[in-house]
Design a binder for this molecule. Structure first.
Ligand code: SF4
Ligand code: SF4
Length: 354
């Protein structure tokens, strides 16, 4: 009888946490447990943030698709950036409120930050950028979405344009199943790789993680400094010279992983000295704590509808090269106009960009 009552309570609480997230605007909720995450990488270890943890509630919030398209077409830098920040804050906030709810129900619970928190006890400390908990692992294992080739979590109808959040708890919850592998819309179109100026995703090797006996595969990730360098705004001109991210800088993008650290160091001074566009975020590991989100292509391009995906790729590669005006404003111009603009700058100003 006691065991039966415990099962009923477990079922009720599992449904309650799902409804909790849904009421806050979540588009999908999953539950992962110590068992369903067993054998995973270190950032699938729930006990890292909460000794005695048994479950995690993971959820997704949608990003603004229209703002994404204006961003990819290099017409509007600001709206998508602010939306991205706001949705990340909402994800962290929902995780906190859900933790409070679970604590009030008598269970230990901790919210996991949506982003920007890294383990200090990794071999290279926070420089390794290893999160305390990887929302991605929890999300694919609990059925929120699939891994795309990019390594981003993708789902219909939002594609990869989602932000994930999680709450870890000692509550015993009922795990949800992964989505059927055959429903994964990723067709290995490789547009995520084609739109990545940094070469972060290997086009030769895959990586597989095993979580609770289930395998998940995506393109092996190269040095994270690649994405830091390009998505973080230190540079942005694609090696073709025909298109860029929203970064107005055109420092060369190295071929080899080991050259990205020195390239980042070299680009940090100009990064600090460039006028600020007024759009960005705070990040403890960025120069002077100010980050600029200038890419996100691999995430934003990955729409479930192939025509939309292709259109977004054309937006990226046909919308030109970003330059910066004296007041900090960012404008997309043709590749030749961008070259002429850079050539017109004084040597001191030019050194901020190339
Ligand atoms: S862009 Fe294409 S290859 Fe990359 S994750 Fe999306 S569907 Fe897969
Ligand atoms: S955000 Fe940009 S630089 Fe980073 S991996 Fe994605 S496409 Fe590459």
């Amino acid at each position: 009888m006691r065991a039966h009552m415990d099962e009923i309570k477990k079922e009720r609480l599992s449904r309650s946490v799902e409804a909790f997230v849904q009421n806050a605007g979540g588009i999908a909720t999953g539950i992962a447990t110590v068992e369903t995450l067993a054998g995973g990488p270190p950032s699938a270890d729930l006990s890292y943030v909460l000794p005695g943890a048994r479950s995690a509630v993971v959820f997704a919030l949608p990003l603004d698709q229209e703002a994404i398209e204006r961003y990819l077409a290099k017409k509007d830098f600001k709206s998508s950036n602010i939306d991205n920040r706001r949705v990340n804050s909402m994800a962290s906030g929902i995780a906190l409120e859900l933790a409070v709810y679970l604590r009030m129900k008598g269970h230990a619970a901790v919210p996991v930050s949506s982003n920007f928190f890294y383990r200090e006890d990794a071999p290279l400390g926070r420089l390794e950028e290893q999160p305390d908990i990887s929302h991605r692992y929890l999300a694919v294992r609990s059925g929120i979405g699939h891994f795309g080739l990019s390594g981003n979590v993708i789902r219909k109808p939002e594609g990869a344009a989602i932000i994930l959040g999680s709450t870890v708890t000692t509550a015993d919850l009922i795990p949800t199943d992964p989505l059927p592998a055959e429903d994964n819309y990723c067709d290995r179109c490789k547009l995520c790789q084609a739109s990545c100026a940094s070469g972060f995703m290997s086009d030769e090797e895959d990586a597989t993680v095993t979580l609770g006996g289930v395998n998940f595969t995506y393109a092996k990730r190269r040095a994270h400094e690649r994405c830091d360098y390009v998505c973080g705004g230190f540079t942005g001109l694609h090696r073709s010279g025909r298109w860029s991210t929203w970064s107005p800088a055109r420092f060369p993008i190295p071929d080899n992983d080991e050259d990205f650290g020195p390239a980042l160091m070299a680009a940090a001074g100009p990064y600090i000295a460039r006028p600020k566009s007024g759009v960005g975020f705070f990040h403890a590991m960025m120069p002077r704590d100010r980050g600029e989100f200038t890419c996100g292509h691999c995430q934003y391009i990955c729409h479930p509808d192939v025509p939309v995906r292709k259109r977004r790729y054309r937006m990226i590669v046909k919308s030109g090269v970003v330059i910066q005006r004296e007041d900090g404003a960012l404008d997309a111009v043709s590749p030749d106009q961008a070259k002429a603009h850079i050539a017109s700058l004084s040597p001191e100003l030019r050194a901020l960009y190339e």
